[in-house]
Ligand binder design. Structure first.
Ligand code: F3S
Length: 388
């Protein structure tokens, strides 16, 4: 692989052990993928923040990097932490270890206000900007909606990219790879978060390659459109490893090409076959994270009577730390007073990467496809689809 003079110096260890190790890992991955060189990135997003996911080995690795002087070279954000970061578990050790992970990440330069899976709301990348992101739902959103360029990195690779401010120039960084070969046409209108999610989960299951989606969204405004697209994309990324889905009318022109090899129509009944309704008194909102105005939109448009009939007594909401404001408190109060449903906000956290069974939950209702897909395996609870 071609390296610049400066990169060669990093590679030969002139700037210390940590950056040397980081560049060697990135070069190795890049060589395996046929990259001819490295590319500078302007924003890195790290995953693997939950103690439940990375465990003691992950924590040990982070400690070691920090102690050896690791420091991010570019603007770096991180994924949400587990609910242990908010002190919700009675086990002291879990809380302490989760807090230590957060502290190490901020010590090495991660933006302390981040800890969200919608980093593009903190800093929106530009068209064609090179990134190294490691949250599948954010990666597919950055490529498909913003027109930025990022591969779907593993948490460790993203961290190494942050330490050298570069990643390998392959995959989604190359226009020649951003080609959709399968055209997907839903024959129905997508009119809810649940429908967008179920469609996304289905597309992920049937697509072996980048899809070109010609879908009709039935929405009242851009807030609704953005939430539905975010959920459809996050769902595609849950049932596949696809980093880009070209959406007709949404994906910026010039950031992709279409060379159709296959065309598939999807009927409503195709995706409804996969719904298995069940009951829960707890509703999870915010996977991916939502902002206060989006929460307001969902609650305004959801039929609260339906939620009450469904037996929902508690709504758990995960959102970015920076979103916690007076507006949120007002929303909570209104819902409490009017419908006797409690709304609990978990800023900077992700319920899906938290052991929810340890907190006494066994079944969670949610309209979000990514949560429906991962709650059983990661959080240890049953997930029920609900049309809010
Ligand atoms: Fe975000 Fe956690 Fe869902 S990281 S996308 S809230 S699984």
């Amino acid at each position: 692989m071609y390296l610049t003079k400066d990169e060669e110096r990093i590679y030969s260890g002139e700037y210390g052990e940590v950056v040397e190790k980081a560049i060697k890992i990135i070069v190795k991955v890049g060589e395996a993928l046929g990259a001819s060189r490295l590319v500078q990135v302007s924003h890195v997003h790290i995953s693997g923040v939950s103690y439940f996911n990375i465990g003691d080995e992950g924590l040990e690795l982070l400690r070691d990097l920090r102690d050896k002087g690791a420091r991010v070279q570019v603007y770096t954000t991180a994924n949400p932490y587990s609910l242990a970061g908010l002190g919700l578990y009675k086990e002291k050790e879990i809380t302490e270890k989760q807090l230590e992970i957060i502290k190490i990440l901020t010590d090495i330069g991660v933006e302390p206000q981040s800890f969200t899976c919608i980093p593009y709301k903190l800093r929106k990348p530009g068209l064609g900007e090179h990134l190294a992101w490691a949250e599948s739902s954010a990666v597919i959103y950055a490529n498909s909606v913003i027109g930025a360029k990022t591969n779907r990195e593993g948490g460790l690779i993203a961290l190494m990219a942050a330490i050298i401010g570069r990643t390998y120039y392959a995959g989604m960084h190359l226009d020649s790879e951003r080609v959709a070969r399968i055209t997907i046409i839903p024959t129905f209108e997508i009119d809810s978060i649940l429908m967008a999610s179920l469609l996304g989960l289905y597309i992920g299951r049937i697509s072996k390659t980048i899809p070109y989606i010609k879908a009709k969204f039935k929405v009242q405004n851009n807030i609704a459109l953005d939430i539905m697209i975010r959920n459809m994309l996050a769902s595609i990324a849950s049932t596949s490893d696809i980093p880009l889905a070209v959406i007709d009318g949404i994906t910026p022109e010039g950031t992709y090409s279409v060379e159709e090899e296959e065309r598939i129509d999807i009927d409503r009944k195709d995706i409804e076959e996969h719904i298995h309704y069940c009951n829960s008194d707890t509703l999870l909102l915010g996977c991916p994270h939502i902002e206060p105005h989006e929460l307001q939109y969902i609650l305004d448009h959801s039929n609260m009577r339906t939620l009450m009939n469904y037996g929902i007594k508690r709504i758990l909401v995960t959102m970015p730390k920076i979103s916690l404001n007076a507006e949120v408190n007002e929303i909570i109060q209104k819902i409490k007073e009017k419908f006797k449903i409690s709304v609990e906000i978990f800023p900077g956290a992700c319920a899906v990467v938290s052991n929810l069974s340890m907190l006494g939950f066994s079944v969670i209702a949610t309209p979000h496809g990514k949560a429906l897909h991962y709650l059983p395996s990661l959080a240890g609870v049953k997930a029920c689809p609900i049309n809010v």
